[in-house]
Design a protein around this ligand. Structure first.
Ligand code: MOS
Length: 742
């Protein structure tokens, strides 16, 4: 039936978005709203020695100027999300005269109009006492701090490496990057009778609710977070941004609603970003390509104000069979705003280096890079000897190679050309993304008019959750898609998890599945079953084969409605952890449990065209084939994978937040200077999934889809560029100047 699991249902939010009916955070009208503007620090480190707000206060319409001198509000303790709290950073601006990073909020102006607020914000005059600041990991002032608990040691990798006949030892760099969702960060806050309503684009309404309740010292039930639509999040909207707290505070002080829309430039510093990484990868093999040692040392950029780490080596260590494995993780604290989640936070940068190194090894061996990977396919997790919940990497490579036409590749560097002499390069790389799970609660309600309503405080980032979660209920209840309504993105709904780590479909979907099963059982019971009764095509079918419309059966039930709420707990999770998760804590199970490793895998291929003289690179084709368990909706899954691959191409060739190192500032803080792919940069893109069955990960068998598309793409492109030019660029983005050498 249309709407059931596996059918390519069109997104149910599409018409609302295309017509402008969808309301984003900044669109919710509140009578009497005052408008906010930010003043941000021009220096990166030091303290404020003078701040003059008089001119700002004299701008007509200005209601409030908040600085560290006028804030004096006592707030409940709330921590950084990576320390168990809900905040994007443990640092709250305006709480002291200290400046920790360029672009830090140093004043907040609230006025009757946006224009007055902006004018006043510009009129605040500040003198700073400055100190040396380092925004780069490579500053000589900064030292790398090891994270010993992230190390993996199996066998003796150093010894195996020392004696191996073929080996690679290479170091790779990835830069800071910023998510730039088209919907800017925006917060509006309104208090009524001591209760707080916040409209904010959020990937975690329950976490935001819990965090703000703690900060303002009020019950969770008195905080309402509304975020039905999000105009792109990518991890940047997963936690509470400090300005949201300031806006709620200002609204309380003024006794009227306050709204802030963060301008594009400030998006680079009032939220999070993808930190830079350095990866040293050492691989050793026998001459036949059998890996004997895998070593990966990653160092990630962190912040002085918060320790942030995205260890990727836990994942890279599990890609290939090797008897000897050694990984290390470290961080370097820099004077920047707290880095955070950005699509495949660990994997996207980490796989660039790791999968480039695998290609380097193939080249050194004189072996086909696909054959090398297939030759080292591990039957079980090579680190812990655990079973895979499912792993279809070989099938992904076979299918992707076939779609791409890989067998027509000639291995020699520069051996493939178009008739006009343009160099053609073909490369590939493995992608992987862990499938963690989180507890979730969902409500499913069937009424006598045949309408099925699914409710969960999960989120649709533009990824298709509205559609997919509806399909899960439609499947169980035999209801057509157009009779299903889905409510998400509101903290008054049954608890949903953070929309991070690609967990929504598997986690919230499992809760919807359980709730729908409970509703089905009651429908069958109301019809005289359940034994021998079943649901099909909107009918309850009795054992004798006669049918009765579901709507009629529901109508005869008490109240004319059959409704159930169900909590889903990942198998390996304790009851306590589940309760914490449902109450707004960040609670994940997996991807590694006592028995299994649950990862999505993929094989990604790229064709580049390189101008032999100008050295410009075009990505002519990308092919990605992924094993992500059961695909609930092939259309929305494909869109996620395509989007990830396009972003991967951006990352390979264009994307970088550049540093003004002497001033320790991000330099290209707008969409003119921050480059990423537009339509003309992207050629043909094919994304497919393989049939994959996973009994372990969750009742739906659905693994991570949302982030894996980006993971292998930049390495595949770098590997293709090497194939075309013979130049191995060990950093992204790969620019024309990198290809003029040699
Ligand atoms: Mo995603 S970076 O886990 O929101």
């Amino acid at each position: 039936m249309d709407g059931s699991i596996g059918s390519p249902v069109v997104r149910r939010d599409a018409a609302a978005k295309a017509s402008g009916a969808a309301q984003y955070a900044a669109d919710f009208p509140h009578a009497g709203t005052a408008y906010a503007a930010l003043t941000t620090s021009k220096v990166a480190r030091g303290h404020i020695i003078r701040i003059d707000t008089e001119a700002a206060e004299n701008v007509p319409g200005v209601q409030l100027v908040l600085t560290h001198r006028s804030l004096n509000e006592s707030l409940g303790e709330e921590t950084f999300a990576m320390k168990g709290g809900h905040m994007q950073s443990s640092f709250m601006p305006l709480t002291s005269d200290e400046v920790h990073y360029a672009g830090q909020i140093v004043a907040l102006v609230i006025a009757d109009t946006q224009e007055a607020a902006e004018e006043a914000a510009r009129k605040i005059s500040i003198d700073y006492a400055t100190m040396h600041a380092a925004a780069s990991m490579e500053d000589p002032d900064r030292k790398s701090e090891p994270m010993d608990d992230a190390s993996i040691d199996k066998g003796d990798a150093e010894a195996a490496f020392a004696v191996a006949p073929v080996k690679i030892d290479a170091t790779y760099f990835t830069p800071a990057q910023h998510h730039n969702p088209i919907e800017l960060y925006a917060t509006s806050a309104a208090w009524r009778d001591g209760k707080l309503l916040v409209n904010v684009p959020s990937q975690w309404v329950i976490g935001t609710q819990a965090g703000l309740a703690k900060i303002f010292g009020i019950p969770m039930a008195d905080v309402h977070i509304e975020s039905p639509f999000i105009g792109g999040g990518f991890g940047g909207k997963a936690t509470i941004l400090p300005h949201t707290v300031l806006i709620a505070m200002a609204a309380r002080r003024l006794g009227r609603p306050v709204k802030l829309v963060v301008p594009r430039e400030a998006m680079f510093t009032v939220g999070s970003f993808r930190p830079a990484t350095i990866s040293r990868v050492r691989l050793a093999a026998e001459r036949d390509g059998t890996l004997t040692a895998v070593m990966h040392d990653q160092t990630g950029q962190s912040a002085v104000i918060d320790h942030v780490a995205f260890p990727v080596t836990e994942v890279t260590a599990r890609m290939y069979a090797a008897p000897n494995i050694r990984t290390r993780e470290a961080t370097v604290a820099t004077d920047v705003n707290t880095p955070g989640f950005m699509r495949a936070p660990a994997e996207a940068p980490g796989f660039f280096g790791f999968e480039s190194a695998v290609d380097e090894l193939a080249f050194a061996l004189g072996m086909d890079p696909v054959a090398l990977r297939l030759h080292n396919e591990p039957a079980r997790d090579p680190v812990g000897d655990l079973a895979w919940s499912s792993r279809s990497l070989v099938a992904c490579y076979r299918r992707a190679a076939e779609l791409f036409g890989w067998s027509r590749r000639t291995a020699e560097i520069g051996s493939m050309k178009t008739p006009d002499g343009t160099l053609i390069g073909w490369g590939c790389a493995t992608a992987c993304y862990p499938s963690a799970m989180a507890p979730a609660s969902a409500r499913v309600r069937l009424s006598a008019d045949g309408i099925c309503v699914v409710s969960c405080a999960a989120h649709d980032l533009g990824t298709g959750a509205y559609t997919v979660l509806g399909q899960v209920a439609a499947e169980v209840l035999g209801v057509p898609n157009e009779m299903v309504r889905v409510h998400l993105g509101d903290s008054t709904l049954p608890s949903g998890p953070v929309a991070g780590g690609s967990i929504t479909t598997g986690s919230a979907g499992s809760a919807v599945h359980l709730a729908a099963l409970a509703v089905r059982a009651r429908v069958l019971a109301a019809a005289g079953g359940p034994d021998g009764y079943r649901l099909a095509d909107g009918q309850v079918i009795a054992p004798d084969g006669t049918g009765r419309p579901v709507a009629e059966v529901v109508g005869s039930a008490t109240g004319g409605v059959i409704e159930a709420t169900a909590d889903w707990k990942p198998v390996s999770m304790s009851d306590d952890t589940m309760r914490q998760g449902l109450a707004g804590g960040m609670a994940f199970a997996g991807p590694i449990t006592k028995t299994h490793v649950s990862y999505s895998f993929g094989a990604q291929f790229a064709e580049v065209r390189v101008d032999p003289l100008l050295r410009t690179v075009r990505v002519a084709r990308m092919v990605g084939v992924f094993g992500c368990g059961r695909i609930i909706n092939p259309r929305t899954a494909r869109s996620n994978l395509l989007g990830g691959m396009v972003w991967g191409a951006s990352s390979a060739l264009l994307e970088e937040t550049r540093l003004d190192r002497p001033r320790a500032r991000f330099a290209n803080t707008d969409l003119a200077g921050y480059h990423f792919s537009c339509n003309a940069d992207i050629g043909e893109v094919i994304a497919e999934t393989v049939d994959e069955h996973d009994d372990v990960v969750n009742p739906l068998g659905a693994k991570a889809v949302g982030e894996i598309g980006i993971v292998g793409m930049s390495a595949a492109i770098a590997n293709a560029i090497h194939h075309a030019t013979g130049i191995r660029v060990r950093k992204t983005p790969i620019l024309v100047e990198d290809l003029l050498k040699g």
